[in-house]
Design a protein around this ligand. Structure first.
Ligand SMILES: Nc1ncnc2c1ncn2[C@@H]1O[C@H](COP(=O)(O)OP(=O)(O)O)[C@@H](O)[C@H]1O
Ligand SMILES: [Mg+2]
Length: 372
């Protein structure tokens, strides 16, 4: 059955699968007793303060048409004063420790910036979001990005995160974590009817120390090539019932092959490229293709990753970044890291701090899309 996208660019999946059904609510204002109701706030430019806002000490009128603020914004990272937080590391931490906490300079500006990224990466999701990691070139870091995005989310967030190998060309996602099970996506699909609880699906995943779970694919390309759009749709529908975030590794044929319908299943995309002209051109033409084929919403909310950046590279990475900044929600440069270059099981603790920080930026930029 062909899969369609609903008007807002989301896949046309039954609503009850994604969000619990609730009775329609009256606007918050109408639910207040009359004497507490506020006068309407004019929207946009020139908004003025209402009487109640003035009494509450509000000095800046809300831009109701653009604000994406929610109660989830009130995190310790954002709202506690610098001095009330103990520094985590550096000389400020040493000073704090030596004086038994009496001299507390608070976190450094860099630490505060990191806390802000963590707060963004922890943006709650209603139901489940699937994030497809795509590129039409092989070896640019799709699998690595799928995993690292998953590891970053899983280690910071309290909800469940799973990475699915959606590469029909015998993907390698399963080799980058210690395997707890030999089960693959093929077994998961075969046993679909028997999987009702989280404990059931857990038998088909391997969990890393970060709490990220991974569903591997088969080693044999004859099996994985036989998987089509409908199989991936079933696998994702199953995972959606038990997980809040799905990071989805894809193959290079994401636009051409039978599995290109995988894009219909994605709420957001991360487009990966290496810091080279041909890779950046391929990534940009992928975005052109998506725009021309009804996925312009995915392009606008996309996060571009320039992966494996080295200080002495020949290419003007800044110019590439500029190009994608004009097309996508965000662009992040991920440095070349010797631990990732091994292409083996990833131990997040062994990454360089700058690499970990870059993936935190990727996760924060992706999570900015959870509120829309
Ligand atoms: N930032 C990086 N630094 C160093 N090596 C990397 C980096 N990203 C990926 N690699 C390595 O490059 C190779 C290709 O990456 P991979 O994620 O498998 O690409 P793809 O899935 O696009 O084919 C792998 O050996 C991987 O470990
Ligand atoms: Mg790969």
């Amino acid at each position: 059955m062909p899969l369609g996208r609903s008007g807002n660019g989301k896949p046309a999946r039954p609503a009850e699968e994604r969000v619990p059904q609730r009775a329609p609510e009256r606007p918050a204002e109408e639910r207040l007793p009359e004497r507490y109701r506020n006068e309407p706030v004019p929207r946009g430019e020139g908004a003025t303060l209402t009487r109640v806002q003035r009494q509450m000490g509000v000095t800046t009128p809300a831009r109701l048409d653009t604000s994406q603020a929610t109660a989830a914004d009130f995190t310790a990272e954002r709202y506690l004063r610098d001095q009330s937080l103990a520094p985590r590391d550096g000389w400020r931490r040493v000073l704090f420790w030596l004086t038994g906490g009496r001299l507390n300079l608070g976190p450094s500006p860099a630490e505060m910036a990191e806390r802000e990224l963590i707060a963004r990466a922890k943006t709650p999701v209603p139901g489940c979001r699937s994030i497809a990691v795509i590129s039409r070139k092989g070896g640019v870091g799709k699998t690595t990005t799928t995993l690292m995005l998953g590891h970053t989310f899983a280690s910071l967030r309290g909800d469940r995160v799973v990475a699915l190998d959606g590469n029909p060309d015998a993907g390698s996602l399963g080799y980058r974590v210690r395997r707890e099970t030999a089960a693959t996506i093929t077994n998961l699909l075969a046993d679909e009817q028997m999987i009702t609880r989280y404990a059931d699906i857990r038998a088909y995943t391997s969990q890393a120390p970060t709490r990220l779970e991974v569903v591997a694919s088969d080693d044999d390309p004859r099996i994985t090539k036989a998987l089509g759009e409908e199989d991936y749709r079933r696998a994702i529908a199953l995972l959606e019932r038990h997980y809040n975030l799905i990071t989805l590794d894809t193959g290079t044929g994401v636009l051409e092959s039978a599995t290109r319908g995988i894009l219909q299943l994605a709420d957001q995309i991360v487009v990966v490229m290496s810091p080279s002209l041909d890779s950046a051109r391929a990534a940009s033409s992928t975005l052109d293709w998506l725009n021309e084929n009804g996925h312009s919403e995915l392009v606008r909310s996309a996060v571009a990753v320039v992966n494996g950046v080295q200080a002495d590279g020949q290419v003007e990475v800044g110019r590439i970044t500029e190009h994608f900044a004009g097309r996508c929600r965000a662009v992040v440069q991920v440095p070349w890291d010797p631990h990732l270059a091994a292409g083996a099981e990833t131990d997040v603790a062994r990454l360089r701090p700058t690499t970990r920080h870059a993936y935190l930026e990727v996760a924060a930029a992706v999570a900015d899309g959870f509120v829309t």
